[in-house]
Design a protein around this ligand. Structure first.
Ligand SMILES: [Zn+2]
Length: 298
């Protein structure tokens, strides 16, 4: 069985970092969870892949990163992806059944669906203190270019980002998905940049390399051809939601007693559906009364 994973490596001279991820399973899971149209599947899959790679760079155990794209005239509506510091992700699209358009070459027009202009928000939450929030305008809505632009303008890190989601032509299920992020570290000289630019210009699309059976390590090594490469780590990643009954209760207790009671429907049940995993958290009238009671006792 194949398993999604993420691999990080660095050149021995410390000048370039590369991170590649195979996210085929988690993008498949996202499509099955949210029943997304092809355009929405590609948009969400690309953003989940980017979030996973960016999340895996976070050093703090409890940290998380949230990417939110809100395009103007967007058919998908907002697209949101959240990753923990191990690269495990969850996400959703506001309009999962949005229309799908294609470029003349047959490729999905993700920019059209997401919005070619708009905003990309990046929020890093380190688990303590205020989260760090960055915001940049969208460049194309194709997502990889928007991530590249975010790093260049918001963090001044020269970055190459490639993201790909390949769908079955017939049933539109996710066949392959993955991403690659290459970053120049402080101290990279001109010859490093020249060599890297040449490598990047020769690089095939991410899903083409995965379809050839290349491992994510081989993909990183191809991107860093001519450099001596050290693997920093390789981790399994998956689609994972952090919702729980206790978190729903935490949200309920912020409401007034009457508001909590009014959550019950005519059958006497309150139901909270998680945006990220579609799990239903159900509470009976009696359980709602217990929540109100506990709220006043604590
Ligand atoms: Zn959930």
């Amino acid at each position: 069985m194949r398993q999604d994973k993420i691999l990080r490596c660095i050149t021995s001279d410390g000048a370039v970092m590369a991170c590649a991820a195979d996210t085929s399973d988690l993008c498949f899971k996202a499509e099955k969870t949210h029943l997304t149209s092809p355009a929405a599947t590609a948009a969400l899959g690309r953003l989940l892949t980017a979030a996973s790679i960016m999340g895996a760079q976070l050093k703090q155990q409890d940290a998380s990163i949230t990417l939110r794209i809100k395009g103007d005239n967007s058919e998908t509506g907002a697209v949101i992806a959240v990753s923990d510091s191990q690269g495990n992700v969850r996400g959703y699209v506001q309009n999962p059944d949005c229309p799908t358009e294609y470029y003349e070459n047959g490729k999905l027009n993700v920019g059209k669906a997401v919005g070619k202009t708009g905003i990309l928000n990046v929020m890093r939450d380190y688990g303590t203190g205020e989260p760090y929030v960055g915001q940049v305008p969208l460049v194309s809505g194709e997502i990889a270019e928007d991530i590249t632009n975010y790093y260049a303008t918001s963090e001044q890190i020269p970055t190459v980002c490639a993201l790909g989601v390949l769908l079955d032509k017939e049933d539109h299920e996710v066949l392959l998905a993955g991403g690659l992020l290459i970053q120049l570290l402080p101290g990279a000289d001109d010859s490093t940049i020249d060599k890297l630019e040449k490598n990047v210009s020769e690089l095939e699309p991410m899903t083409t390399m995965l379809a050839k059976g290349m491992s994510i390590q081989e993909i990183c090594e191809t991107a860093l051809k001519g450099f001596e490469v050290e693997v920093l780590d390789e981790m399994p990643i998956r689609y994972a939601c952090s919702c729980s009954r206790d978190k729903v209760i935490d949200a309920f207790v912020t409401l007034s007693d009457d508001e909590i009671r009014s959550l019950a429907d005519e059958k006497g049940y309150a139901e909270a559906i998680c945006h990220f995993c579609k799990k239903k958290h159900r509470f009976s009238k009696l359980q709602l009364e217990q929540i109100i009671k506990n709220k006043h006792e604590s």
